[in-house]
Design a protein around this ligand. Structure first.
Ligand code: DX5
Ligand code: ZN
Length: 223
């Protein structure tokens, strides 16, 4: 599976969000990662469907929508209508996870499940037939610019083993504190999709930041 780099606009300049998305596309991004926070599941509030629909005409890159919200079921239709291509919900908040994932598919989007650092990999086992992506959080969600938690690497490897034995094509995404130093180890452990906010949008040269991350990741794969 080819490597996907998904810059998170949480670290972008919000006064010129459209341009920043375009910069990311021109700089070689594969997806745009959208961090939605509700002030309940996580101690921060970011943005919702209106911002996503405003950005939709700017790019044709897939919108990778990470819902860090308490009650995702209520908002699935709104995020899909706003232009989300992939909708990821947190396992910790979904009382009827299987139903939620089916609803995402019914809406015509791809479905992902995210797990926090303190949530075991086994939380995704019962829904492996129902997902397109597993998001392994490498920080506690809520803020950009946090430090990568090294134990994540073991969890990625465990998730990779589960995906292989399921025989399904499921992406493994890692999110939080990703940079050129840990991108390689993450990919080597089994990740194929890297989310990065600070290490892309807070760099002067966005294209160089994306290229640097890609080569760091790919270098370690072939090493
Ligand atoms: C954390 C978010 C991440 C975050 C990534 O709650 O889910 O997507 O914005 O930002 P960095 O790369 O700065 O950790
Ligand atoms: Zn995220």
């Amino acid at each position: 599976m080819s490597l996907v780099i998904a810059p998170s606009i949480l670290a972008a300049d919000f006064t010129r969000l459209g341009d920043q998305v375009l910069d990311a596309e021109r700089g070689g991004a594969d997806w745009i990662h959208l961090d939605v926070m509700d002030g309940h599941f996580v101690p921060n509030i970011s943005f919702g469907p209106p911002i996503i629909s405003a950005l939709r005409p700017v790019t044709s890159l897939p919108f990778d929508t990470h819902l860090m919200i308490e009650d995702p079921d209520t908002y699935l239709d709104a995020f899909r209508s706003a232009g989300a291509d992939l909708i990821t919900v947190h396992a910790e908040v979904c009382r009827h996870l299987h139903r939620t994932l089916n609803r995402i598919h019914e809406l015509g989007a791809k479905a992902g499940v995210a797990i926090n650092p303190a949530t075991p990999a086994s939380a995704v086992a019962p829904v492996l037939p129902d997902i397109d992506l597993i998001l392994v959080m490498s920080v506690n969600p809520g803020f950009g610019g946090q430090q990568f938690i090294p134990l994540t690497l073991e969890k990625i490897a465990e998730v990779r083993r589960m995906v292989i034995s399921s025989g399904r094509t499921i992406r493994i995404e890692v999110d939080g504190g990703i940079d050129v130093a840990n991108a390689g180890p993450c990919v080597r452990a089994g990740a194929d999709t890297l989310v990065a906010g600070t290490s892309i949008f807070r760099q002067r040269d966005l294209r160089a930041a994306i290229a640097g991350m890609r080569s760091a990741a790919e270098l370690r794969v072939t090493a």
